[in-house]
Design a protein around this ligand. Structure first.
Ligand code: GP9
Ligand code: MN
Length: 619
């Protein structure tokens, strides 16, 4: 076959079209924010370079196969980026390998798929269409290089890639070491190289357990004993001794809901009232610290006072590790422990993890009666969930620890119209608009639960802890959220939005106050053990008792952001916590804490990836 040399080969056209498309997706569909011109430049060059790198492989093939290769590569490439886009619209995050294997969590996406697919997405097909048509003209579009030219074409590809990596490293030093933030990675090396990086990480972490040794845990133990502050408070020790503990994890509840109203109707009348009472200790600056594992991360942090992983859900990836978890400690102190959650028991791999960390019972969806009237969205509605849980709760031997996980206020916040007792909000985000109705519903459900507990007599012998598990409204809705809050959502406001309700309700107690300390999910385990008067001297945790004067002084997020008494640090910007103003980078005000945060997150990873607790004697 005679090839026409005068034309531009299709692999070059395909690289250009596909690269350009990728740039547009990054810039306008993911809406990746740019901090400076250099980032903008990298973001533009990277897709072209990466596309060229892959499409240039075709020069090594026979003309006919070249065309086939280009056709299918462009489809595979588009599929990868599109799946990431859908995932991003829901989670403001990129897919990692561990997340892919959290198979049943695809349910989360499928239930809301329609809201995640947008009309303009059809534009993603344009370059595919062009390449498919042109590829039919093999003679004009294929290349027929000699060996030297082939090597040259490939060498150019690698040079481009190397140039990209160097630029990225200049723009963000230690990019690959401090890889907490996937968004930086994608911005700097592109989504395809990011996936290659992620796959390499996966292999590395698998090897870590095999290579881990005992000495690592001694170093971490020393750090914890010196740095993580007091696990013990004096005043509150044993305040709830021998009481039952009812722990309610409230799905997707953020603090912006508290004291809010829609057209004059309160969103959370029950919680608003509860938090002000003399028998409820309310921490108004309590932060969730979850990452990709969402609810399961929140459970993991509370149970272990360790950080979740930077990739995937620990519940999935490390359910077989040795832990020294809350249920185990409580079991040893004569408590019966259980979990109530009306969803499939294997969701988030809960059945396996719960068994490993020592829960006595798990009441999952097969313990509940679902009908078309009482279930919608994610399943059984919260009011029914609490009502139907009561007989099981009454069966528990006292004292018991029972965790309840609600479900109704979950993205995409569906609720049958007749069950809504508040209007929707009115903004460009249907997600935010609807969320007030499910939040109000869950607030009512909590009131129902308190009534039921009183009726059964359990109430007086129990303490009830209420905690929001993680954010419900992702950054994707920042514009609408900004309208609602009456302020633009910058990094500072974004961090403040990560506050979730945390209340300790102690029936009969009369000295409860509102607390302003900066605390988080990592602190729950030591705080709770103290309230119950349980000493666990050898425990290894990253949290401190919330009531202690001698706390660690910061709450770290999984991506390296943090909130301390004076500062809020995120996206490389240091803010004054009181005023929200940016602090001059020259002052390096956040630097010392940032180092400790990085070190602590690394230690936590080491513990989990190396399964280090297997080397430690907790007794
Ligand atoms: C699923 C429920 C919701 O059982 O806990 O999980 P989430 O999507 O919030 O992690
Ligand atoms: Mn959740």
């Amino acid at each position: 076959m005679q090839l026409d040399k005068s034309r531009v080969p299709l692999f070059v056209i395909a690289s250009f079209l596909f690269g350009l498309k990728t740039y547009f997706i990054y810039r306008f569909m993911f809406g990746l924010t740019m901090e400076n011109l250099m980032q903008e430049f990298i973001l533009f060059v990277n897709p072209l370079a990466s596309a060229y790198l892959v499409f240039a492989i075709s020069v090594w093939l026979k003309p006919k196969n070249q065309m086939r290769f280009l056709r299918w590569t462009i489809i595979v490439g588009t599929t990868i980026i599109y799946l990431n886009l859908i995932f991003y619209r829901n989670f403001t995050d990129f897919i990692t390998i561990p997340v892919l294997f959290q198979g049943n969590n695809a349910a989360d996406l499928t239930s809301s798929l329609l809201t995640l697919i947008h009309l303009e997405d059809v534009l993603l097909l344009v370059d595919i269409f062009i390449v498919w048509i042109l590829s039919r003209r093999t003679a004009q579009m294929a290349t027929n290089f000699n060996k030297h030219s082939k090597i040259a074409a490939t060498a150019v590809a690698f040079l481009l890639l190397a140039g990209n990596v160097v630029l990225a490293e200049i723009e963000r030093p230690m990019l690959f070491v401090r890889a907490f933030d996937r968004e930086y990675l994608v911005k700097n090396i592109g989504i395809y190289n990011y996936h290659i990086y992620d796959a390499t990480m996966q292999t590395k972490t698998k090897a870590q357990r095999i290579l881990a040794d005992e000495s690592e845990i001694s170093e971490i133990e020393r750090y914890m004993k010196q740095e993580t502050g007091s696990k013990q408070s004096t005043g509150m020790f044993g305040v709830a001794e021998d009481k039952n503990v009812i722990f309610v994890s409230i799905e997707s509840f953020q603090n912006y809901l508290l004291d809010s109203d829609i057209n004059g109707t309160e969103t959370t009348p029950f919680l608003n009232d509860l938090k002000e009472r003399d028998d409820t200790i309310w921490f108004e600056n309590f932060y969730h610290q979850t990452a990709q594992g969402k609810t399961s991360d929140s459970e993991f942090i509370v149970e272990n006072s360790l950080y979740p992983l930077d990739r995937g859900s620990v519940y999935f990836t490390h359910a077989q590790n040795d832990y020294h978890s809350l249920p185990e400690i409580l079991n040893n102190n004569n408590y019966e422990t259980s979990v109530f959650h009306a969803n499939n028991k294997s969701f988030w791999n809960r059945d396996v993890m719960y068994d490993n960390i020592g829960y006595d019972e798990f009441y999952a969806d097969d313990s509940y009666e679902e009908t078309p009237e009482n279930s919608f969205g994610w399943g059984l509605e919260d009011k029914e969930f609490f009502k139907q849980s009561m007989p099981y709760l009454e069966e528990q031997d006292q004292p018991f620890y029972s965790k309840f996980i609600t479900l109704t206020h979950h993205f995409p916040f569906e609720l049958p119209e007749e069950k809504a007792n508040i209007d929707q909000y009115d903004s460009g985000s249907q997600t935010l608009n609807a969320s007030f109705q499910t939040a109000r519903y869950t607030d009512e459900a909590l009131e129902v639960f308190f009534e039921e507990l009183k009726k059964s007599g359990i109430y007086d012998d129990s303490i009830i802890i209420l905690m929001g598990d993680h954010y419900g409204i992702s950054e994707f809705h920042n514009k609408a959220m900004g309208e609602f809050m009456g302020t633009e959502i910058d990094g500072y406001e974004h961090m403040q939005l990560q506050r979730v309700p945390f209340m300790i309700h102690i029936p009969g107690y009369q000295e409860a106050e509102k607390h302003e300390e900066v605390v988080g999910q990592i602190d729950v385990k030591p705080t709770l053990l103290n309230l119950l008067g349980i000493e666990d001297k050898n425990d290894l945790t990253f949290g401190s008792d919330m009531f202690s004067e001698d706390r660690k002084g910061f709450i770290a997020m999984r991506d390296g952001s943090f909130v301390s008494d004076h500062y809020i640090y995120t996206d490389s910007i240091c803010y004054d916590r009181e005023t929200g103003e940016e602090i001059d980078p020259e002052k390096e005000a956040c630097a010392p804490i940032r180092e400790t945060v990085d070190r602590e997150l690394q230690y936590s990873n080491d513990i989990i990836y190396g399964d280090l607790f297997r080397f430690y004697d907790f007794n």
